[in-house]
Design a protein around this ligand. Structure first.
Ligand code: XMP
Length: 506
């Protein structure tokens, strides 16, 4: 551990890692530990006990080594379950709840307290609990309540507090300020968050976990797998980075990915499987069938080259862990077809899956990537779906239709980059519609394809809004596509929000 870091003890709340992230955002080193690790913590600067789904009244409820905690002599904050645990340990009691209070509530500050300095007298907070404190330990002060006068913030001792609400979620409007007060007004001596130290620790952990085994890592050119591959390479462990060209990539993409990795000095193996993909997709128009074919083939190709893998590294991020959606993993390439991930589950059971980014959020991955010397262009690349252009070419996928899409897409993306809009949108692309519409070429009527442009902003891809690109930009993209892409006589701009539309076409 880093001396004077903020140790967050994880009692199982889905927000535990979010506390660590907030502390880091506030500029201090922090790390998440299982409560059992407390015994081994030498010199934390402060300790935060997280929330958790259990009830302190359960027989085997997660506990805290209270003697050890107090012997550290550092400021302590208990959040939700953490507060109830501290209340019991100090000699009070907790009443098991019958229903769960979940959602917004009001924090009413009842006493001048360091924790609430600069905080509104009444502040909106976020609750998620069922048990409540019953008897308070002697000498404990109620420093804030909810609007019904139920205690929601307690001061147990000079620098030991408990709060019933979650300051780490943005729904608690002044939550970050409250955490900041805890960190800066409690008398704690804290180590600053330092990306170099953070990186060094990750590299050490990877070396420990991998030992002399060989790691296989699938790379796509996307942010997560790129950071993962460079991290593994810098750790000095034996690593094979495999890139599968499905033939469904954008214009010049494979060459760009190869160059990107060459720039950071990481060798990758390129498997050109485009023929296999294109012939398997011939004549297929059903979106689900396409996805299944691509997912199966991808996995087959991957295992084909990584046959006897000793360790598989995946770029799973924290939001994937809590939603178990694994966006950076092979599993997400499949989505609708799960039995092919059995192999990964089996490896997981054998402890052969390595997920070094699993405690990080996307922006932290980018910061780490920057400190690893990965170019801005790679770190801020728009997300690109596993099935590639297939989800942007509704109808049959043919080499010709892919080519048309690639050309139109390249023009759009080039113009977005040229005008500085690329970094301002979350994702943008051109899709090719499966219709031919009438137009005029010379004096003749012609029937040619329509291209649809889409540019969205989003935070997590769950919802998205279309971007009001300047008319001049759209006009120039449209002119360029109509003038230089064969077989296209119509360009549309997609103004659909998600929901009800999705970001991709299929
Ligand atoms: P949708 O179209 O569902 O897309 O609104 C949300 C985000 O997910 C990406 N996407 C995929 N990513 N495999 C992936 O790895 C897929 O099958 C897939 N489908 C959509 C999409 O690009 C967007 O960022």
């Amino acid at each position: 551990m880093i001396e004077n870091e903020v140790a967050v003890l994880d009692y199982g709340s889905q927000y535990s890692q979010l506390i660590v992230r907030r502390v880091r955002e506030l500029g201090f080193a922090s790390h998440l530990y299982p409560p059992s690790e407390l015994a081994r913590l030498e010199k934390p600067g402060a300790v935060i006990l997280s929330g958790g789904p259990r009830s302190t009244s359960e027989v085997d409820a997660p506990d805290v080594d209270f003697e050890k905690l107090m012997s550290l002599g550092v400021p302590v904050l208990g959040v939700c379950y953490g507060m109830q645990l501290l209340n019991i340990k100090h000699g009070g009691s907790v009443r098991p709840g019958v229903t769960r209070e979940y959602g917004p509530a009001r924090l009413v500050v009842r006493q001048a307290a360091r924790l609430f300095e600069g905080i509104s007298h009444e502040s909106r907070i976020w609750m998620s609990h069922s048990d409540t404190v019953a008897d308070l330990p002697e000498g404990t002060e109620v420093i804030a309540t909810n609007e019904d006068a139920v205690p929601v913030a307690l001061r147990f001792g000079e620098s030991c507090w408990g709060i019933q609400f979650h300051p780490e979620v943005t729904h608690s409007h002044e939550g970050k300020e409250i955490l900041n007060n805890f960190l800066t007004r409690s008398g704690a001596t804290l180590a600053p968050f330092d990306i170099q130290a953070f990186k060094a620790r990750m590299l050490d952990e990877i070396r420990d976990q991998v030992g002399s085994r060989e790691v296989v890592c699938g790379v796509s050119g996307g942010v997560d797998s790129t950071v993962l591959a460079v991290l593994l390479h810098r750790a000095g462990v034996q690593v094979r980075c495999i890139y599968i060209d499905t033939g469904l990539m954008r214009k010049g993409e494979t060459a760009e990915v190869v160059e990107q990795f060459a720039e950071v000095g990481v060798p990758i193996e390129v498997v050109d499987a485009s023929e296999a993909f294109l012939s398997a997709l011939k004549g297929v128009t059903d979106p689900e069938a396409k996805r299944r074919i691509i997912g199966d083939l991808f996995v087959d190709q991957f295992w084909g080259v990584a046959a006897d893998v000793q360790l598989l590294a995946q770029g799973t991020l924290y939001p994937d862990v809590i939603e178990s959606a694994s966006s950076g993993s092979i599993a997400s390439k499949i989505k609708t077809h799960h039995n092919r991930v059995d192999r990964i589950l089996e490896l997981q059971r054998q402890g052969k899956v390595l997920e070094p980014l699993a405690e990080l959020f996307k922006d932290e991955v980018r910061a780490l990537g920057e400190s690893l010397g990965i170019p801005h262009r790679a770190l801020w690349r728009h997300p690109f779906p596993g099935p590639g252009l297939a989800v942007r070419v509704p109808g049959e996928i043919t080499p010709e239709r892919l080519e048309t899409t690639r050309e139109a897409d390249a023009i759009f993306i080039h113009e977005l980059r040229r005008t500085g809009w690329y970094d301002r949108v979350w994702q943008a692309y051109a899709a090719l519609l499966p219709v031919k519409t009438v137009g005029v070429k010379g004096d003749e009527r012609s029937y040619e394809a329509a291209v649809s442009l889409r540019a969205v902003i989003s935070e997590d891809a769950m919802t998205a809004d279309w971007v009001e690109l300047p008319p001049d930009l759209l006009r120039s993209v449209s002119n360029k596509i109509l003038n230089s892409v064969n077989g296209v006589n119509r360009v549309l701009y997609d103004i659909s929000t998600k929901p009800p539309a999705s970001i991709e076409w299929e």
